[in-house]
Ligand binder design. Structure first.
Ligand code: URA
Ligand code: SF4
Length: 210
């Protein structure tokens, strides 16, 4: 399976998933969307009202603002992957519970492995908590950190910036830095990439679990 097949397989599993209680109240699960070769993955919290209606991430007010922020960084939505830490809407947009985050993490982990992005951008505290446990968003937002084979940048959640005017200039500034940070990530990862001869070797075939 190539990475787009893997993503399609995950989408199908998410749509039928009953691994946590959030499946009871969902209308549509929201697996996330974007190219299998995205250099950047944006990871938000969970679907809201409109996302649950449409089965697509960030299509409500926060999504419109995210589109503006992407444009500011010279990016278009179809060029990036966008998803969430939980794929089904928490009722009334409440915070996801620890057991829901744990149950749903199996999908996000596989999505990250399939896409292997250069940069993961966390939007909001639950997503940040996965990669930078204990970090304070006010202290770390906009800073790029190496986490394993890639880089992670924590940003404020676009919905938080819509509701709290003081955060808006910060999130806009952080997005404006993205082209520069992406260049830095590309060159750092190119330097640490395995030698071409190693890359050419065939990966061992794994037995499918499905
Ligand atoms: N907020 C999120 O965190 N995710 C969405 O998909 C929409 C709004
Ligand atoms: Fe499954 Fe995730 Fe939906 Fe829970 S939130 S039912 S783990 S897809």
């Amino acid at each position: 399976m190539d990475s787009s097949d893997v993503l399609a397989q995950i989408d199908a599993e998410v749509s039928n998933c009953q691994a946590c209680a959030l499946y009871h109240s969902r209308k549509n699960a929201v697996p996330g969307e974007g190219p299998a070769k995205s250099e950047i993955m944006f990871i938000g919290e969970g679907p809201g009202f409109y996302e649950n209606e449409q089965g697509r991430p960030f299509v409500g007010a926060a999504g419109k603002f995210l589109d503006e922020l992407l444009a500011q960084a010279g990016l278009k939505r179809p060029e990036v992957w966008i998803g969430n830490v939980v794929k089904c809407r928490p009722p009334g947009n409440r915070d996801p519970l620890p057991e829901e985050l744990t149950a749903c993490d199996r999908y996000l982990e596989r999505q990250i492995a399939a896409i292997s992005p250069k940069i993961i951008i966390t939007l909001g505290r639950y997503s940040m908590g996965k990669f930078m446990p204990g970090a304070k968003i006010s202290a770390v937002h906009g800073q790029m950190r190496r986490v394993g084979d890639r880089f992670v940048i924590a940003m404020f959640h676009p919905a938080a910036a819509l509701h709290q005017a003081s955060l808006k200039p910060a999130i806009m500034k952080d997005f404006a830095q993205l082209p520069k940070l992406l260049e830095q990530a590309r060159s750092a990862l190119a330097k640490s990439a395995p030698a071409p001869s190693e890359e050419l070797q065939e990966e061992p075939k794994q037995l499918s679990l499905f």
